[in-house]
Design a binder for this molecule. Structure first.
Ligand code: FCB
Length: 466
């Protein structure tokens, strides 16, 4: 049933993907190796040993996927450039065939009337840069700046909207603090330099993209409410520290030019060996003004002080190791996606309010990711009846609309994802798409949620054209 939701004229509906999760073709056309190729090939890292090497083969089927986007009626399509496709060793020699692929994709999108919104980096670091220190090294931020110049100079004539990095917080926590994602370093709190150098990479890229003529620049940060496990001081402190490390370590430097606490700034100084003057200079770069601020929202997190008897399963996909000053606590009484993530649409409104209160200079927001994993596949008649996804999206769009009425300046909303894809350590077992993919034949089948979203977008058109 079409929703009666109405968004303001000019509001942009879209969908999101990332290169490593959809492209496959990991050996094609001179592409270099990324940290995720290596990680996924290690036994035990990815559920069932699922391989991204062919994946859903978007690299070869992009025209079919653009046609699906066109029929959906989205204004925007967010995707990412694969750094190792364009610069196989992260810097130096350019692989022309990599640029050619994104030329073909962007031109197909523009021909279909869809605005391309590329992210420069969505976790697929070229392996050669990892071997030189990866995000624990300042040189990676400098290499990223050069990569940003290259992309800006090549594409800014056709691409107006740009996002620098995706979810630096998740990349830092899961890939560097823990070992659930590539590069799997497990450094716990000693991973903080990876946060700083990604932030620096972001700021440098903003400067380079602007110099190349980019018109609208933003970042895609994951944000979520952190709910204290109780009113006890120990739980309140643990939740505060966790929120600082996940939300505000990545929001404050960009939007206020500071780290959220002296402890975090001090930790970065100590772990990087930087001088306070250098840190201050970096923060000036990191806080370059933005035109849009991307928020990825999935679920709130409930956090308490670590306790021996605390059940730390079921909220984050991973257990937080003992020794860290917080523990995840399940949120009770909510429905969950098939991934086990709690479904709390009001959390979207809550985090938008927190952002507004915290940042007086907050640029217009785009919800750059929101969506849910439900495993529904085709029935006997071939139709995919994913009612739970429709309910999820409808509830989140209603929460968004309410918060916009309350003052949130949100100018777009992108569903994660247009199509089922490689969900990192969960492989292909989690399905986030509006379009189902048969993993044997790679046949694409729009789910009921695809038609629901199409109708919702179409119902906005009269309002938008006023
Ligand atoms: C986000 C990631 C995205 C996807 C969704 C489900 O954290 O940015 O790549 O995996 O989760």
């Amino acid at each position: 049933m079409p929703s009666s939701l109405v968004f303001p004229p000019g509001f942009r509906f879209g969908t999101s993907t990332s290169a490593f999760q959809i492209e496959g073709a990991t050996d094609a056309d001179g592409r270099g190796v990324s940290i995720w190729d290596v990680f996924a090939a290690e036994p035990g890292r990815v559920l069932r040993g699922d391989s991204p090497a062919v994946g859903i083969d978007h690299y070869h089927r992009y025209a079919e996927d653009v046609a699906l986007l066109a029929q959906l009626g989205v204004q925007d399509y967010r995707f990412s450039f694969a750094w190792p496709r364009i610069l196989p060793t992260g810097r130096g020699t350019v692989e022309r065939r990599g640029l050619d692929f994104y030329d073909r994709l962007i031109d197909a999108l523009l021909t279909a009337g869809i605005n391309p919104v590329p992210t420069l980096y969505h976790w697929d670091l070229p392996l050669a840069l990892q071997e030189a220190g990866g995000w624990m090294a300042r040189e990676t931020a400098e290499a990223f700046a050069d990569y940003a110049s290259l992309l800006g100079e090549h594409f800014a004539d056709r691409v107006t909207d740009w996002l620098t990095l995706n979810e630096m917080s998740v990349h830092t926590l899961y890939g560097h603090g823990l070992s659930e994602h590539a590069p799997g370093l497990g450094l716990e709190l000693a991973a903080l330099p990876a946060a700083h150098y990604q932030l620096l990479a972001h700021g440098l890229a903003v400067q380079r993209l602007r110099a190349a003529g980019a018109q609208r620049i933003g970042v895609a940060n994951q944000h979520f409410p952190v709910i204290p496990a109780s009113d006890d001081d120990a739980d309140l402190i643990a939740a505060h520290v966790f929120a600082d490390l996940t939300n505000w370590t990545f929001g404050d430097p960009i939007l206020r030019g500071v780290y959220p606490s002296d402890e975090i700034a001090g930790g970065i100084l100590q772990l990087t060996g930087m001088s306070p003057e250098q840190l201050a200079a970096d923060l000036r770069v990191i806080s370059e003004p933005l035109d849009i601020y991307g928020v990825n929202y999935y679920e709130p997190t409930r956090i308490g002080a670590p306790q021996a008897d605390r059940d730390s399963s079921g909220v984050l996909e991973v257990d937080i190791p003992e020794g860290l000053p917080f523990a995840a606590v399940p949120i009770e009484g909510v429905e969950r996606t098939d991934f086990g993530w709690s479904i709390v649409p009001s959390g979207l409104g809550d985090i938008l309010r927190q952002l507004r209160e915290r940042y007086p200079e907050l640029p217009p927001i785009i919800i750059t990711e929101n969506g849910a994993s439900f495993s529904d596949g085709p029935g006997a008649d071939g139709r995919v009846r994913d009612q739970r996804r429709i309910r999820f999206l409808d509830a989140h769009l209603r929460a968004l609309s309410d918060e916009m009425a309350a003052g949130a300046n949100v100018v777009g909303y992108y569903v994660w994802s247009i199509i089922d894809n490689f969900e990192w350590a969960a492989g292909f077992s989690e399905r986030f798409g509006l379009v189902h993919v048969d993993l044997d034949t790679l046949v694409r089948t729009p789910k009921d949620s695809y038609y629901w979203y199409r109708d919702l977008i179409a119902a906005q058109s009269p309002a938008r054209s006023v």
